[in-house]
Design a protein around this ligand. Structure first.
Ligand SMILES: [Zn+2]
Ligand SMILES: [Zn+2]
Length: 173
């Protein structure tokens, strides 16, 4: 896993802006977690970090793009992915076993922020769940595999609406 940590003690009281352009921040976890996306336009992130008594105030944004296939016809799409974020990151109390990921590491009298993990979370949140080249995408014929956006096949007529096919196959007991 690609790691990048910011040490709280290195940040002045008025805060500091970071600019991240290292693509492995995004491509590293994509490979590691087997996300079926290829890098498109380069990613970059700006992050303004202000130290607080016990943690960090993190404000910023990121943008870039990934190549992903349409859910229906598998056409590859260059998809812009961007987002804004603002959060307060603090170390977890020792007895707190919540499932939420803690991005703070406590070292010897210091706190570190897991920037790579933080940006990856933002990236995942911004990825669309359902991806279509077009709302009207007709997809691939499940029978012969032709792309129905480009050509029609003989099976298309007889098959009918796949939603109706489900109903037709329902057996009433
Ligand atoms: Zn499509
Ligand atoms: Zn067909």
């Amino acid at each position: 896993m690609f790691e990048l940590w910011i040490a709280l003690k290195d940040i002045p009281a008025e805060g500091r802006e970071f600019h991240f352009t290292d693509q492995s921040l995004w491509t590293g976890p994509m490979d590691e977690y087997g996300v079926q996306a290829k890098p498109g336009k380069d990613f970059e992130a700006r992050m303004f970090v202000t130290p607080q008594d016990e943690g960090f105030l993190v404000v910023g944004s990121f943008s870039g793009s990934v190549i992903l296939p349409c859910d229906r016809c598998l056409k590859e799409l260059d998809l812009p992915v961007s987002g804004d974020f603002e959060s307060f990151e603090e170390p977890r109390a020792k007895d707190d076993d919540s499932l939420e990921v803690c991005r703070i590491r406590r070292g010897k009298n210091v706190l570190d922020l897991d920037v790579a993990g933080y940006l990856w979370e933002q990236f995942m949140l911004a990825l669309p769940v359902n991806l279509l080249c077009d709302e009207e995408c007709k997809g691939l014929c499940p029978n012969c595999g032709v792309n129905r956006n480009q050509e029609s096949c003989a099976c298309a007529q007889t098959e009918g609406d796949p939603r109706l096919a489900v109903l037709r196959n329902l057996k009433l007991s």
